[in-house]
Design a protein around this ligand. Structure first.
Ligand code: SF4
Length: 251
């Protein structure tokens, strides 16, 4: 019996053998490492131990002032927002008072915050909508919140979580970074990360997860130089480029 050898060009053989294998390998390689369930539980156990009752750093006195503070916080620091809102909220802590104050005065009060002109417009427009459609009360459901001017999914999640005690997670830049670096909830978009977090975080920790992750990202797992050498979850974290000494972190 004569075995007939089938000649294939190098191109064909790549597409028929190495091609699919390579593609599958590359698909496998792209899948980010994810923390195991017991590591996730341990991570939050430590966060809770260190800070049992985490709070937002945005100053507010009611759901309305929280909503305004979160709207103003886009591309601004909490400290910067607090500085501007202290006086603003003394003058207007309800939608009705905000409307009475007017756009010019709001703009003047928040002029130290980035994008203040547009934000002043939104503050007035959303106050108007709250008065006209919701009797001056901040609604407790996502769709109604997201329909307000200047309010997106992230803002709605903060309000639902902080003002109304719902286990929502608002994925900001800090949470996005920490979730990806640690392997807690890797994702390419904030919404992917939000879904991954909701699936990964044990129910007991869901209510506070948002605050713990923001605070961790803001003060320890910083964007440019994460302070891994003093990080309470360093042994659990899957990040490959940890800074293991203060000196290394400063380089
Ligand atoms: S070990 Fe480093 S990268 Fe990992 S969570 Fe801590 S600070 Fe962030």
């Amino acid at each position: 019996m004569v075995l007939k050898r089938v000649k294939t060009s190098s191109k064909e053989s790549l597409s028929q053998t190495a091609g699919p294998a390579k593609a599958a390998k590359s698909r496998r390689a792209k899948k980010p490492a994810t923390l195991a369930g017991d590591a996730v539980a341990e991570l939050f156990r430590r966060f809770e131990l260190a800070n049992p009752e985490p709070r937002t750093e945005l100053e507010h006195s009611n759901p309305f002032t929280l909503l305004i503070a979160v709207v103003l916080s886009a591309q601004a620091t909490d400290a910067g927002v607090n500085k501007a809102t202290r006086r603003l909220f003394e003058r207007a802590d309800t939608p009705e008072k905000m409307l009475a104050l007017g756009e010019d005065a709001v703009r003047e009060e928040i002029k130290t915050i980035g994008l203040y002109r547009n934000k002043a417009k939104n503050v007035i427009a959303l106050s108007q909508q709250l008065v006209e459609k919701h009797g001056g009360v901040v609604p407790q459901d996502r769709a109604a919140l997201e329909a307000l001017p200047g309010v997106g999914r992230k803002t709605a999640n903060v309000v639902l979580n902080v003002a109304f005690g719902q286990p929502a997670i608002a994925v900001d830049t800090h949470i996005f970074r920490v979730s990806n670096r640690t392997g807690l909830a890797p994702g390419k978009t904030p919404y992917d990360v939000e879904k991954a977090l909701l699936a990964a975080v044990p129910p007991h920790y869901l209510m506070n997860a948002h605050h713990w992750l923001i605070l961790h990202g803001r003060y320890v797992c910083k964007a440019r130089k994460p302070e891994c050498w003093r990080c309470a979850i360093a042994d659990l974290c899957l990040y490959q480029q940890k800074s293991l000494s203060p000196t290394a972190a400063q380089e």
